[in-house]
Design a binder for this molecule. Structure first.
Ligand SMILES: Cc1cc2nc3c(=O)[nH]c(=O)nc-3n(C[C@H](O)[C@H](O)[C@H](O)COP(=O)(O)O)c2cc1C
Length: 176
């Protein structure tokens, strides 16, 4: 098996980066990140998502406040907001689509983004959305969109250590 593969290396080396430099990202880099979000798998290929790129400082400051003052949200030159569109999934899959599949789909998109960001030489961290209603209002989201994750992206200003993982015997078992 080729553990030197760039994809495998990217999966292993990616870390959550919580200190970012303010340098702006070139448009073509942001576009490539968007295309990596776009390429994520989704149930039935419904793609029940919408992505916002927040560059406005006042808006980033408000998102920071609504994320328990996690400074990286205000410091990042750009914050991707990954939203789910539950009704698009519900049309095909009913409650399962609305409550479950659309969230899984957006999580897959977020992971694509995190890996792409790392591969492109930037840093990022997944900021969980807790104050969902307030964040939706702050961004003026339509009724059919739920913010699922905030992803501040920029040049890394720290090199975080590997925080460790549970051992494989604690999280996996071969059946048969
Ligand atoms: C759903 C979710 C929510 C997260 N929320 C936050 C957050 O609010 N703030 C933060 O600093 N990291 C957050 N993280 C990042 C995790 O803390 C991080 O992935 C974990 O500690 C492992 O570190 P690593 O990404 O460097 O491997 C979140 C990750 C996930 C998947």
């Amino acid at each position: 098996m080729n553990t030197e593969s760039p994809v495998i290396q990217c999966i292993f080396k990616r870390r959550s980066v919580r200190k970012l430099k303010p340098d702006p990202l070139p448009d073509q880099d942001m576009n490539l990140m968007l295309e990596c979000l776009q390429m994520a798998p989704s149930a039935g290929n419904i793609q029940p998502w919408f992505f916002y790129i927040v560059k406005d400082q006042a808006l980033k400051d408000r998102l920071c406040t609504l994320s328990f003052d996690q400074k990286v949200v205000a410091q990042a030159p750009v914050v991707f907001v990954v939203c789910a569109r539950p009704l698009e999934s519900a049309k095909e899959y009913g409650d399962l689509g609305r409550d479950f599949f659309c969230i899984q789909d957006t999580a897959a998109a977020v992971q694509n983004l995190l890996l792409a960001v790392h591969a492109m030489g930037y840093g990022a961290v997944w900021i969980g959305v807790v104050k969902e209603k307030e964040i939706a209002a702050c961004l003026g989201l339509p009724e059919n969109e739920r913010p699922v994750a905030l992803i501040p992206v920029g040049l890394a200003d720290e090199s975080p250590a590997f925080p460790g993982r549970k051992s494989l015997d604690k999280i996996s078992r071969v059946l048969g």
